[in-house]
Design a protein around this ligand. Structure first.
Ligand code: NAP
Length: 314
């Protein structure tokens, strides 16, 4: 089968599409025939060597790429009870150093796999797993509940948009920081919108947020990695949620700074699917590219301005 690996960190030229045997299937594993596999920032960071530089990966001769997957169960290990061949599933690989999802087949522990959203196109569903669990996890980490005020940065992005929709459905008051091009889509979600482009307006981000929420917001979910600029919009005692550790600012005014880093929580995977099934959230928009064009996919993502997920199709 084909799969994408890196053997040396670097630009997208470092990506290799290789032929290999089918992944080993452990007794509690599910072999998934990949229909679509989203490309996430963690793939770009791994390829570029940023995870290794941050001490998050051991140097390895070869890394399999890809975390997200949607597809059809091909076969199951002897002790698998919850999935059967033919099931439509989404899943998340969560261990560095194991074969990835940017491949024709992937083996995942049965707990890292759940039924795909009912009726969803499986290629589109392949762009959802990591974003879905991260949005749910970040909201849980924020501790926000009904009538609290939350600032979501990068609200036009994949995780940001999911955070906004879920928060609104819970009666949380949301101020969304997007770019100019995101304004109409975010306004349609029924939230306050602030332009996060520093060149767009003279005032600081925090002062623009405080014009809408004078005492400061109860929590910030910083999916755009704005760090201190977003932290200043927080009220004393509020909670700042960073999604990438190096962008977590130092706490100010007794605020609580937390880093949400739990990538693959199977309970959240099923909960995220339930939110799609009940219409609370929509699957992220997708742009499809063949698996063999994975280097082009990385380049498009790194160029910025993408709205939605690139999904690699084997
Ligand atoms: N902790 C975890 O478990 C975990 C899991 C998954 C992802 N993450 C992290 O979460 C972050 C978001 O991921 P994602 O998949 O949602 O990425 P994404 O779709 O690229 O969203 C990020 C958004 O932020 C926007 N943005 C950047 N600077 C901005 C500014 N000054 N004002 C307004 N918007 C701005 C980007 O717009 P442009 O494209 O126009 O710049 C983009 O729309 C990434 O850093 C990723 O590494 C963490």
């Amino acid at each position: 089968m084909k799969s994408v690996v890196v053997e040396e960190f670097g630009t997208s030229d470092a990506l290799r599409v290789v032929e290999s045997a089918l992944p080993h299937l452990g007794p509690e594993d599910v072999l998934v025939r990949v229909a679509g596999a989203g490309l996430n920032w963690i793939d770009v960071s791994l390829r570029a060597g940023r995870l290794a530089a941050g001490g998050l990966t051991a140097p390895a001769p070869r890394y399999g790429m890809g975390w997200d997957v949607a597809g059809i169960v091909e076969s199951v290990g002897a002790q698998v009870t919850r999935h059967r061949p033919g099931d439509r599933v989404i899943g998340l690989r969560d261990v560095l150093g194991t074969p990835g999802t940017h491949a024709e087949y992937v083996a995942l522990h049965q707990d890292a796999v759940t039924a795909a959203p009912a009726g969803a196109d499986l290629v589109d569903a392949g762009g959802f797993p990591l974003a879905g669990v991260t949005a749910l996890g970040a909201l849980a980490t924020s501790g926000a509940s009904r009538d609290d005020t939350v600032l979501v940065t990068g609200a036009g992005g994949v995780i940001g948009t999911l955070c906004v929709s879920i928060a609104v459905s819970r009666g949380i008051e949301v101020t969304a920081v997007g770019r100019g091009l995101d304004a109409d889509r975010l306004t349609a979600l029924g939230v306050n919108v602030v332009d996060g482009d520093p060149d767009a307006v003279g005032a600081t981000l925090a002062s623009r947020v405080r014009a809408l929420v004078p005492r400061g917001v109860d929590a910030v979910i910083d999916t755009a990695n704005l760090g201190i600029a977003a932290h200043e919009a927080l009220r004393g005692g509020g909670t700042f949620v960073a999604l990438v550790r190096p962008f977590a600012p130092p706490p100010l005014r007794g605020t609580d700074v937390r880093v949400h880093e739990a990538w693959a929580d199977p309970a959240l995977l099923a909960e995220a699917v339930a939110l799609v099934d009940t219409g609370v959230i929509e699957l992220p928009r997708t742009r499809r590219l063949p698996l063999t064009l994975v280097a082009e996919a990385h380049d498009v993502m790194e160029a910025g301005g993408l709205r939605g997920r690139i999904v690699l199709v084997p």
